[in-house]
Design a binder for this molecule. Structure first.
Ligand SMILES: NC(=O)c1ccc[n+]([C@@H]2O[C@H](COP(=O)([O-])OP(=O)(O)OC[C@H]3O[C@@H](n4cnc5c(N)ncnc54)[C@H](OP(=O)(O)O)[C@@H]3O)[C@@H](O)[C@H]2O)c1
Length: 250
């Protein structure tokens, strides 16, 4: 585990997409900082392996198998997570899909692929936020982290479904932040930069992986943002990367 202090002792954290990549790294880092983490993913076996890994290192972790795009998933995730780990203090909407792989020009993108990208990357996080934010408001505090991408703001050819979904996620984050102002609930929209993960390999198989960020270092920076109560509130895009300091808050 990367962190030995217990900044998040007693806090309950839900991380979607927790079985690999950034989600796994966030789970390890937050459990190392004392949080009770609930990891969500579709495939049970990799999820179980990460839960075991965290427990073996002395942390508390639980797995919930679910597809965030399913209409019924949000209530099931929120209910199971609260039963396993207590009232949720932090929700990290990290699970994501690229849309069509290989990436395609919009002219070649099926409407169903756009639908799926929106369901996983926008509507799923929206449902889960709705299912959890109310109890945060009642308890007077909490944090919601939406993991975004520079594809939300840059018009990269072939990244249309993914980019449009991340742009919508970001705008919802800004509006959530405006509507939750004064409740004690923070909303952070965090761009992790390019990382060496399965998603990146699916998107750009020819990339030089030695030039990509380490999800563990990115996770440490996101945990640092979460631990800093002055960060968040406006819900604007914050860039972090495995190599540099947090930058670009808006
Ligand atoms: N990697 C990069 O360079 C990069 C750059 C910018 C932004 N990001 C963002 O960073 C976040 C993490 O990406 P990553 O690279 O770590 O991805 P990753 O390695 O592909 O991991 C994705 C995780 O999400 C889970 N997942 C995927 N679809 C799901 C669904 N419908 N329901 C529940 N869980 C689902 C996967 O497990 P299952 O398959 O078992 O469900 C896995 O645990 C994403 O939001 C991504 O958009 C990544």
């Amino acid at each position: 585990m990367s962190s030995l202090d217990k900044t998040f002792a007693g806090e309950s954290v839900v991380i979607t997409g927790g079985s690999r990549g950034l989600g796994r790294a966030l789970g390890r880092a937050l459990a190392g900082a004392g949080a009770r983490v609930v990891l969500v993913a579709r495939h049970a076996e990799p999820l179980r392996a990460v839960v075991e890994e965290i427990r073996a290192a002395g942390g508390e972790a639980h797995g919930v198998v679910a597809d965030v795009a399913d209409v019924d998933a949000a209530a099931a995730i929120a209910g199971q997570a609260a039963a396993l780990a207590g009232p949720i203090d932090v929700l990290i909407n990290n699970a994501s899909t690229l849309g069509p792989v290989p990436l395609r020009l919009l002219l070649d993108t099926d409407c169903e692929d756009l639908d799926r990208a929106l369901a996983v990357n926008v509507v799923g996080p929206f449902r889960l936020t709705k299912a959890i934010a109310g109890s945060m408001v009642l308890r007077g505090g909490g944090a919601i982290v939406n993991i975004t991408s520079d594809a939300a703001t840059e018009a990269y050819p072939t990244w249309g479904a993914y980019g449009a979904s991340k742009a919508a996620l970001e705008q919802l984050g800004r509006i959530w932040a405006a509507e939750l102002e004064g409740t004690g609930v923070r909303v952070l929209t965090v761009d992790p930069g390019e990382m060496d993960t399965v998603m990146h390999a699916d998107a750009i198989p020819e990339a030089d992986r030695t030039q990509l960020g380490d999800p563990a270092r990115v996770a440490e920076r996101i945990v640092g943002l979460l631990a800093d109560a002055s960060r968040g509130g406006a819900g604007g895009h914050v860039s972090v990367s495995g190599d540099g300091a947090p930058a670009g808050a808006s």
